[in-house]
Design a protein. Structure first.
Length: 262
């Protein structure tokens, strides 16, 4: 299966009051997660990261998802953005040259795709203005021992799950319209950090009861998103409420996976 992860970041200008150092933590955490077995065991060649890219470069990378025949993709934006009341979509601020891109472009041409949008969603008036975890390869059990997941098996089962899912786009958004997205220089964005942390916690708990020699388990993105919401609300004092857009599938097993243990 041809897979690709595209991570785009923009922490803002160094020294500025709205500079978000946690964005870089998010990038490191996502890369570590996806390169681990239960994150899908992605290779370096399957993960592409860009900090403050030009709009032309982003569009080039989006086009390559089609021309390269990518069957499954995860697109992530961490950084500054706002909500357009004209297009009713998130607008990502790409760099210090005021280049922006509509998040709708991250959905175009998708067959099986997860889009994670970790940015603020404060509405802007259009006439004014048109970012944990290391050692993901193993998890600690309560008795102090460590159980190792099998990266190759994780990858195979992760791909198998993707192949069995119907075509779809799932959008995870850090907050509701009109809200700001929290950032921690230590843990990254409230949403991205919570998404990864809660996914790992859930998998870690299951590892204590699942015999990996006989069984495995996948975790859908909607499940990981829902598990992250309470933590995001707690961190933000209930001022940040993550949202998700997903297909109305008849069976929750039809949702694309975000993690796997095997």
């Amino acid at each position: 299966m041809k897979r690709r992860i595209l991570i785009i970041t923009n922490a803002g200008k160094v020294g500025a009051e709205n500079y978000c150092e946690g964005v870089f933590k998010d990038k490191a955490n996502y890369v570590a997660f996806f390169k681990a077995g239960y994150g899908g065991f992605y290779s370096d060649a399957e993960i592409r990261t860009f900090d403050k890219p030009t709009k032309a470069k982003v569009r080039e990378e989006l086009a390559l998802l089609t021309t390269d025949g990518i069957e499954f993709s995860i697109l992530i934006f961490c950084g500054h953005g706002w909500y357009s009341t004209v297009s009713n979509t998130n607008i990502f601020e790409l760099n210090d040259n005021n280049e922006q891109i509509d998040s709708l472009e991250f959905r175009a041409g998708a067959k099986k795709r997860i889009v994670i949008e970790d940015n603020c969603r404060k509405p802007h008036k259009e006439y004014i203005n048109e970012s944990l975890i290391k050692g993901f390869s193993a998890m600690a059990l309560s008795d102090g021992h460590r159980r190792q997941v099998n990266p190759e098996e994780c990858k195979a089962l992760y791909n198998k799950k993707i192949a069995s899912c119907p075509e779809q786009i799932i959008i995870g958004q850090a907050c509701s319209v009109g809200e700001l997205a929290g950032d921690s220089p230590t843990n990254g964005g409230y949403y991205s950090g919570s998404l990864l942390k809660q996914t790992v916690r859930t998998a870690e708990a299951d590892l204590q009861s699942i015999d990996l020699s006989k069984s495995y388990k996948t975790y859908s993105f909607p499940l990981s998103h829902n598990n992250a919401v309470p933590l995001v609300k707690s961190l933000s004092g209930n001022t940040q409420n993550p949202q998700i857009e997903k297909p109305r599938v008849p069976d929750t097993n039809d949702y694309l996976p975000f993690a796997v243990i095997a």
